[in-house]
Write a protein that binds this ligand. Structure first.
Ligand SMILES: NC(=O)c1ccc[n+]([C@@H]2O[C@H](COP(=O)([O-])OP(=O)(O)OC[C@H]3O[C@@H](n4cnc5c(N)ncnc54)[C@H](O)[C@@H]3O)[C@@H](O)[C@H]2O)c1
Ligand SMILES: [Zn+2]
Ligand SMILES: [Zn+2]
Length: 373
């Protein structure tokens, strides 16, 4: 198995260092900015202002880094251009709201969805918020994101969620993106069912979120596959029935041994490189589903010569975050504990270190790194 271009290994060490000036000029804030391929730097930026009536400005209290941010640094996401403040996850306090925002007011404690939704366009009416014609995944992509002291959140009414008093902020940061992503793109699209067999390729935060939420459906087995033993060890703690380190190129044989040669009913791709998508095609059972989650920057081969007669389905999805309200309840009821995913904590000023820790997870054993502005 080849391992070129894995998101956690390819992050260069060339983080441009631009030390923050501690004296906060009026109307200025600190932010983590994608400056060039492989480079992120802490910069002073003007505090965002309301632009549209549906906007809110949120003072960020906790944010985090996603595998997708690493893909942006690799140049895999061409819509995210250098100069962009990164980040699409977080919780915070409303600072100001536009005239059309009635459900939120300054001082409210809110969770920000990684996807902005107008609620009224053709796609929003189908609950495909990720394809909202004036929103979708724009935060930290086509508009400035949450790895900053303040962020402008468009379509605030549909894209923010009230946080009840006493809720654990660290747990809720995991609801902006990774839990809905693992659940919607992996578990729901992959049709995980009671008694079924599941393999998840990639035991990063997203793969682990799929592992946690797959257990809502009581599948008989969940096999986790990764190159990193410490992430696999974590997967064991999170409920994986079997773990496989695919570094020896024998993952297919190991899965076939566990499934009596049948393969698995659901294979979830949670890495985002050609090698892992191709591996999934070798693991799926007849009648099964390959549910792709990974963000892919390069073409991957589709082996129709072996799959055409296997009655399989392949799904792709950009997370819609339609399940945030439901996941909120499962967290509140302690059915899942997302704080298990938090391994490191940094201030915003230490943001470049946070990226290094997350990007070199094999050494640092990082899963989710929390950043407090
Ligand atoms: N579809 C969506 O809406 C959506 C949303 C969020 C994230 N994502 C994507 O999900 C993917 C996972 O995100 P993450 O935050 O967990 O990323 P991550 O980089 O932290 O984790 C990826 C994991 O894959 C493992 N890996 C790398 N190469 C491998 C290989 N050849 N074989 C087996 N395992 C390998 C790594 O060791 C790591 O544990 C990324 O591609 C991310 O961009 C998609
Ligand atoms: Zn993300
Ligand atoms: Zn819309």
């Amino acid at each position: 198995m080849h391992t070129q271009g894995t998101s956690s290994q390819s992050l260069t060490h060339a983080f441009a260092s631009q030390p923050a000036n501690d004296t906060e000029a009026a109307g200025q804030m600190q932010a983590l900015v994608y400056t060039a391929e492989g480079k992120i730097s802490l910069q002073h930026r003007p505090k965002p202002q309301l632009i549209d009536a549906g906007d809110a400005i949120v003072r960020v209290s906790k944010t985090t880094i996603c595998g997708t941010d690493l893909h942006i640094l690799k140049g895999d996401v061409p819509t995210a251009k250098p100069g962009r403040i990164l980040g699409h996850e977080g919780v915070g306090i409303i600072d100001s709201v536009g005239a059309a925002v009635t459900s939120f007011k300054p001082g409210d404690h809110v969770l920000m969805s990684c996807v902005s939704a107008c609620g009224t366009c053709e796609f929003c009416r189908k609950q495909m918020y990720s394809h909202c014609t004036t929103g979708g995944w724009i935060l930290g992509n086509t508009i400035d994101g949450t790895q900053a002291e303040y962020v402008r959140t468009p379509h605030a009414e549909m894209s923010l969620y009230h946080i009840p008093e006493g809720a654990n902020e660290e747990a809720l940061v995991m609801l902006s993106d990774i839990l809905p992503t693992g659940f919607e793109c992996g578990v729901l699209n992959g049709k995980v069912q009671p008694g079924s067999s599941v393999a998840i390729v990639g035991s990063g935060p997203i793969g682990l979120a799929a592992l946690l939420t797959a257990q809502f459906y009581a599948p008989a087995s969940i096999i986790m596959i990764d190159l990193d033993d410490s992430r696999l060890e974590m997967a064991h703690k999170f409920g994986a029935t079997d773990v496989i380190n695919s570094g020896d190129g024998k993952a297919v044989a190991a899965v076939m041994a566990l499934t009596k040669g049948a393969g698995v009913d659901t294979v979830i791709e949670a890495v985002g490189i050609p090698a892992t998508f191709e591996l999934c095609q070798k693991l799926v059972a007849a009648g099964g589903v390959i549910a792709n989650i990974g963000v892919h920057g390069k073409p991957a081969s589709l082996h129709l010569e072996t799959l055409w007669d296997r009655n399989i389905a392949i799904t792709t999805r950009l997370v819609d975050t339609v399940t945030i309200p439901m996941l909120f309840k499962t967290v509140a009821a302690k059915k899942i504990d997302p704080t298990l995913l938090v391994t490191h904590r940094f201030s915003l000023a230490e943001g470049e270190q946070a990226y290094r820790a997350f990007g070199n997870a094999a050494e640092t054993k990082a899963l989710k790194v929390l950043i407090t502005p």
